[in-house]
Design a protein around this ligand. Structure first.
Ligand code: ADP
Ligand code: ASP
Ligand code: MG
Length: 480
């Protein structure tokens, strides 16, 4: 069984959806058991979220404008793809009903003047619920048996509405009960990505970019032979193609390499996608909808070592927080107190680096958490600061992490020297460094202004670029 997930650009309009239909039909020739998962059209989730936020702030015009855009984009796609008039009529009726639901929800948000996570989850998941029935109808128009399935019927999550975590046992039971009979009847289930529901049926979503995660979850629940992530680039590339022009698709990555890259900002895969697949050893491939002949990237348990450094990513919008002072040396528990304070603030720590002299601890948090984390630390260490054991808690805004990833770096000497050499040569200042315990990742903190140059110079120093195969396209097919 194959689980195929199509991203926003792949279902952006009738032309792209026609391409998706061709890929699904082609897959079914080799394996009749195909489950399709789809994102919303590109930009639709942003539009839904912006409208809901504007409504909460009292702006009702935004969702009225969005309504027209949603109507036009989905009607245009449906009309171009579905020729049976009864089928089209039914489909357009469903689309219009969803859009009315969107309007009613936004109106309620505007009246309340407040947008809860629960409300946001319902509204932000409407894009997938609008698109999946259109994709199902397009497959039907091509002569395939299909059925639209709302993932709220399949994926059971906790009630962390906007970034929910799945209950894999419950999900496995529900999705097998619902999808396996469809497959047995020879139908292709077309499932909404991104969305799920609590055990009581309250809608949730899996976090932004979460339809990759939906594919990982359903792939594991169904014991699929492969999860295919169809997107708009030739696979996982050595770097973000928008930064590095000669970024090259990678043939193979291990689960942990892919997870490191995704965690540190490679948008092509949601960082949690690999989790459910790892347990069952299900391979994940990343393929280009607009270049289906290209094999793309395989993410597997044991990847062939393609040299030392395989790829690099950058994550932006971060702040470096430092707790420093001579008096910290040899005082036990400072690190533990630092991180328990940070944890009490619900801040996500992306990286930690401690000077071996124990005179400072620094760590990285998202920009939005910098202020309250620093204030909480000053509060927690008030007595040490008064006694001058700790000099200060400082922060530096506008930093990035550049993560250099590759399991082949393990035990290979000279990598750090080459990295720092490449940066030093171009006067790029490294603010802090950390090496993951897996040794598959070295993370460098730099000022935001240096980020792109650092990525390009490291990419060049490790010879990661290269000629693309003649039919390969590593860039977006759709102009931004
Ligand atoms: P989809 O809508 O198909 O889920 P996304 O926009 O979420 O697609 O992810 C694909 C995009 O990720 C690419 O178009 C590319 O610009 C970006 N990207 C960033 N880093 C990488 C990388 N290392 N390899 C491939 N793509 C990357
Ligand atoms: N449509 C959702 C988003 O934009 C999920 C996804 O595209 O993966 O976040
Ligand atoms: Mg994506």
């Amino acid at each position: 069984m194959q689980v195929l997930k199509f991203g926003g650009t792949s279902v952006n309009d009738a032309k792209a959806i026609a391409q998706v239909v061709a890929i699904v039909a082609d897959q079914r020739r080799t394996d009749p058991n195909v489950v399709v998962i789809t994102s919303a059209m590109r930009g639709v989730t942003d539009l839904l979220i912006d409208s809901a936020r504007a409504a909460a702030a009292g702006d009702r015009q935004r969702y009225r404008d969005a309504r027209l855009i949603l109507m036009t984009r989905h009607h245009d796609a449906a009309e171009a793809l579905v020729h049976d008039l009864d089928d089209l009529q039914r489909l357009l009726g469903d689309v219009d009903e969803r859009i009315r639901e969107f309007e009613r929800l936004c109106m309620a948000v505007a009246i309340l003047g407040e947008l809860t996570d629960r409300g946001l989850a319902v509204i932000s998941g409407l894009g997938e619920r609008l698109l999946a029935p259109i994709l199902a109808a397009a497959l039907r128009a091509r002569g395939l048996k299909t059925e639209f399935v709302d993932a709220g019927e399949l994926i059971v999550t906790d009630d962390n509405y906007a970034s929910a975590a799945p209950d894999m046992d419950a999900t496995r039971a529900k999705s097998r009960a619902r999808l396996l009979p469809l497959l047995e009847r020879g139908a292709v289930p077309v499932v909404t990505g991104f969305v799920a529901a609590t055990v009581d049926g309250v809608p949730t979503v899996l976090g932004r970019g979460g339809s990759d995660y939906s594919a990982g979850i359903l792939g594991a629940a169904l014991d699929a032979d492969e999860v295919q992530i169809w997107t708009d680039v030739d696979g996982v590339l050595t770097a973000d193609p928008r930064i590095v022009k000669d970024a090259r698709p990678l043939a193979e990555l291990s689960y942990s390499e892919a997870a490191e890259l995704a965690y540190f900002g490679a948008k092509v895969l949601h960082p949690k996608t690999m989790l459910p697949a790892i347990d069952r050893g299900i391979p994940i491939s990343v393929r280009n909808t607009f270049n289906p002949a290209f094999p793309g990237t395989f993410v597997v348990a044991q990847a062939k070592n393609g040299g030392t450094v395989k790829a690099l990513t950058v994550i932006r919008g971060l702040t470096l927080v430092t707790v420093a002072g001579r008096g910290m040396m040899g005082v036990p528990g400072i690190a533990a107190r630092t991180f328990s304070t940070v944890a009490s603030q619900d801040a996500n720590v992306l990286m930690i680096s401690q000077a071996s002299s124990e005179q400072s601890i620094c760590f990285i948090v998202p920009e939005a958490d910098a202020g309250h984390v620093t204030a909480a630390l000053e509060n927690a260490f008030a007595s040490e600061i008064r006694r001058r054991l700790i000099d200060r808690v400082t922060y530096e805004r506008d930093v990035v992490i550049v993560a250099v990833v590759g399991e082949g770096m393990k035990g290979t000497p000279g990598i750090a020297a080459k990295l720092f050499g490449a940066l030093g040569e171009h006067n790029l200042n490294v603010v802090a460094v950390a090496q993951g315990s897996s040794e598959a990742n070295i993370s460098l903190v730099l000022g935001a202004a240096d980020a792109d140059a650092a990525v390009r110079h490291i990419h060049a120093a490790f010879n990661l670029g290269g000629m693309l195969s003649p039919n390969s396209q590593a860039t977006r097919n759709v102009v931004e």
